[in-house]
Design a protein around this ligand. Structure first.
Ligand SMILES: [Zn+2]
Length: 300
């Protein structure tokens, strides 16, 4: 009898210990941290970049090396977005567990690959493999969520069912919102935008917008007066709905260009990603924050 009670205690203790097994995840960008939280809320997360930073270019700080050293899994964008800093972190962290990084870009079809262009680790913003900023297309984000769920299940098999259930919940909610955004966005279809870099290339494609000018003279290069002047001349023929920059860009070039184009063009700063502590609800709000300002611009 006493032995049976002891066995039960041990069993309960073991169940208790494995009821909330967790992983330490190093997320290169906040959107992947948010998706990890959706699928595995108990995961310990380190987030390498924030919305105020250009994810192409960050410094391989010692704090990041220490975080990568302690991680069980790294979740990043790939397609060379992090090629200027992630290999350095990996080398210095010397952690075999994070050698096989989960790259979101491996699980979706990328737009605008440039097969002839040679990308280098120092020119990740050239996008030879295709545009890596795929998280601004909610359909692609959902595909990444499905692939990430599989990977987390492999890493943490006892959580298999719980992860599958959370994925189903996210899919249902996310699909309903996609349908809502797509209905809302009807007035945007066929309109044009000017923007700095291809940060929102997937958003434009999803919403049926066309990016007709890039404020960068070359990928990753800040706008120059000469380049802006040339763009202005071209854009006068078909003034865009908006001139758009990401939150981490200096907005002055966009403001100037929109001002020169007159009242039919507005300038917008859109958040390139969510906050570092974002969850599923924050991902939904962020997508609202991308769509709503464009709709307001179109309604002017
Ligand atoms: Zn880029």
């Amino acid at each position: 009898m006493r032995r049976a009670a002891l066995a039960l205690t041990l069993l309960l203790a073991a169940t208790g210990a494995s009821a909330t097994p967790t992983l330490t995840v190093f997320a290169c960008e906040p959107e992947w941290a948010a998706l990890t939280r959706v699928l595995m809320p108990q995961a310990r997360l380190h987030v390498a970049t924030h919305a105020g930073q250009d994810p192409h270019h960050i410094e391989a700080r010692p704090a990041l090396i220490a975080q990568l050293r302690s991680a069980d899994l790294a979740v990043c964008t790939g397609a060379a977005l992090e090629s200027g800093w992630l290999p350095v972190l990996q080398q210095r962290a010397g952690n075999a567990r994070v050698r096989d990084v989960f790259y979101a870009a491996d699980h979706v079809e990328l737009i605008d690959p440039q097969p002839g262009v040679i990308g280098t680790p120092w020119a990740g913003d050239v996008h030879a493999q295709g545009n890596p900023h795929l998280h601004t297309d909610p359909h692609k984000l959902l595909e990444v969520a499905q692939a990430l769920a599989q990977r987390l299940q492999q890493e943490c098999p006892v959580q298999r069912e719980a992860i599958a259930e959370r994925l189903r919940g996210f899919e249902t909610q996310w699909r309903a919102r996609i349908a809502h955004w797509e209905r809302q966005a009807a007035p945007l279809r066929g309109r044009s935008v000017a923007a700095q870099h291809t940060t929102f290339g997937y958003l434009w494609r999803w919403l049926g917008l066309r990016q007709t000018a890039d404020l960068e003279p070359r990928p990753g290069m800040a706008p120059t007066p000469g380049h802006l002047q040339r763009l202005l001349e071209g854009l006068r023929r078909e003034p865009p709905l908006a001139v758009v920059v990401a939150g981490f860009h200096d907005p002055r070039a966009a403001r100037w260009l929109a001002g020169q184009l007159g009242s039919s063009t507005t300038w917008l700063t859109l958040p390139a990603t969510v906050a570092e502590d974002a969850d599923g609800a924050a991902l939904l709000r962020w997508m609202d924050e991308l769509v709503a300002p464009l709709l307001r611009a179109a309604a002017r």
